[in-house]
Design a protein around this ligand. Structure first.
Ligand code: AHR
Length: 488
């Protein structure tokens, strides 16, 4: 077994790792909202006001910071007034993305109540593609206005006396594609028009997020930074999905893959680093003070749908491969936390690289869920210098991935992944004057392992033994593992 040195320097403090990096995304697509989050009050599945209790609890345990809603592509077809008032009188509409009839029983009140139950901040993605400035203006008034106004009165009539707080507001989604197939120049003009009328009412302060690029569309970022500028937006989004084969028509199976496909998945994931670096370079030129956050509000592994499921439901299963990919991405976000303000994995439940899967009254935590658990101590801590002696596993993929931070108590948190499928490493942690006390947890299994409805605790976090000797800490990382190490 090879020993590799992991050097940290807690005196070399870098950027704050915003807790928002650990956020999630929920869309009216497939079984994410209906079935996944919301089953209705009359369901036999244990629920609170119609929300699955197991899902609420799982999100709470992760301390989920932000949940994005209602899309995705669905957002640019969503008309919020369809989803308020007496549920029985809400009209049905066609959901062109989920290919289901949307009965609007989960609307603004239901989403914001769910966020309250979970204890997370809502992030609303607004309709620019098929909506209007007035529609959005009224939505903000409905949600946040405390005084007398037509929308404030309508909210009261619908049973909510006091307004909610709403911080995160996305103005359009993928406006370069499903959100309207716009040019960046056209979108920027629209953004400014919409953003002007999104007012801060009753002490509420909006954090306005412009639709940013698709993966490597650097021109989109350039135009947004130039035309909108750092004073008229708080965030610029970016979407990038990991596709193992690089071919959107044949993305590969979520469960049936060989070593070659495993490493090509990781190579695709590692591209996130280059994308963020290059978009950041453009943003730095226009915004050297880092006023605008990069919001990676859709990321994750995207495979072919599970056989015999509806192609539009984007239902896939999740293995240890996804856990490794998630760890690589989260380490990348931590290391770029000077620019990456928020990231939202796609999606929360039953869609793409979801952290939870549901079937009937069973909810399964995927290996990706456990990775979020292992990383949660980074939330709102400060990134510090870390370096690991690395080597290549296969296909040009570095064997190890890591990041480190220090929290308010002075504890040092290290997250490390061993991406190799056949090599075990002893990680020797040094760089701090004296390490006497270390705790750890680890997620490790054969790469195809996953949690199923029959065996939901197949892949779980276990304690990691760490030896402290001569002021250094030693941890063994088996092949295909993700670890959390805390030095206190
Ligand atoms: O997450 C699934 C879809 O992927 C979203 O609706 C869209 O924004 C993206 O293309």
């Amino acid at each position: 077994m090879k020993t590799v040195k992991l050097t940290i320097n807690p005196l070399d403090k870098r950027s704050k790792i915003n807790k928002e990096i650990y956020s999630n995304f929920s869309e009216h697509l497939g079984r994410c909202i209906y079935d996944g989050i919301y089953v209705g009050k009359d369901s036999d599945i244990p629920n609170t006001d119609g929300y699955r209790n197991d899902v609420i609890e799982a999100f709470r345990d992760l301390e989920l910071p932000v949940l994005r809603w209602p899309g995705g592509c669905f957002a640019d077809e969503y008309h919020w007034k369809d989803g308020i008032g007496e549920v029985s009188s809400r009209g049905k509409v066609v959901n062109n993305w989920g290919h289901i009839v949307e009965d609007n029983s989960f609307g603004t009140h239901e989403f914001l109540r769910f966020c309250e139950l979970v204890g997370c901040e809502p992030y609303i993605s607004a309709n620019v593609g098929s909506g209007s400035v007035r529609e959005l203006m009224e939505w903000i008034e409905y949600i946040t206005f405390d005084g007398f106004s037509p929308m404030g009165e309508l909210r009261r009539k619908n049973g909510k006396e006091k307004p909610w707080k709403l911080k995160y507001l996305g103005i359009g989604n993928e406006s370069w594609g499903c959100g309207g197939n716009m040019t960046p120049e056209y979108y920027c003009d629209l953004y400014k028009q919409y953003a002007t009328f999104c007012r801060n009412y009753s002490g509420n302060e909006l954090f306005k997020i412009a639709c940013g690029p698709n993966a490597d569309d650097y021109n989109w970022t350039e135009v947004c930074m130039k035309k909108i500028g750092p004073w008229n937006m708080n965030g610029l989004s970016m979407h990038y999905y990991t596709v193992p084969t690089g071919n959107w028509d044949h993305k590969g199976s979520s469960t049936d893959f060989d070593d070659k496909e495993y490493y090509s998945t990781l190579r695709s994931t590692l591209r996130m680093d280059e994308l963020i670096t290059r978009h950041s370079e453009i943003m730095n030129r226009y915004d050297p003070e880092h006023r605008v956050g990069l919001i990676v509000d859709e990321w994750g592994c995207w495979y072919d749908v599970e056989p015999d499921t509806h192609p539009s439901f984007l239902y896939q299963l999740s293995t240890m491969r996804d856990a490794i990919a998630a760890a690589i991405n989260l380490n990348i976000f931590n290391k770029h936390s000077d620019r990456v303000y928020m990231a939202n994995i796609a999606q929360a439940v039953n869609v793409l690289q979801s952290i939870l899967l549901t079937e009937g009254n069973i909810t399964v935590k995927t290996p990706t869920y456990h990775v979020f658990d292992l990383f949660k101590k980074h939330m709102d801590s400060t990134l510090i210098y870390s370096h690991i002696e690395n080597e290549l596993a296969d296909d040009g993929v570095p064997a190890l991935s890591q990041s480190a931070s220090v929290n308010g108590n002075g504890d040092i948190v290290i997250t490390a992944a061993n991406c190799s499928l056949d090599k075990e490493y002893t990680v020797e942690i040094g760089g701090v004057s004296d390490i006497n006390n270390a705790d750890g947890r680890i997620l490790t299994d054969e790469v195809h392992s996953r949690n199923t409805f029959e065996s939901p605790d197949n892949v779980v976090i276990r304690p990691l033994e760490i030896k402290c000797e001569n002021g250094k800490a030693y941890a063994i990382l088996p092949p295909c593992s993700v670890a959390e190490i805390v030095l206190s």
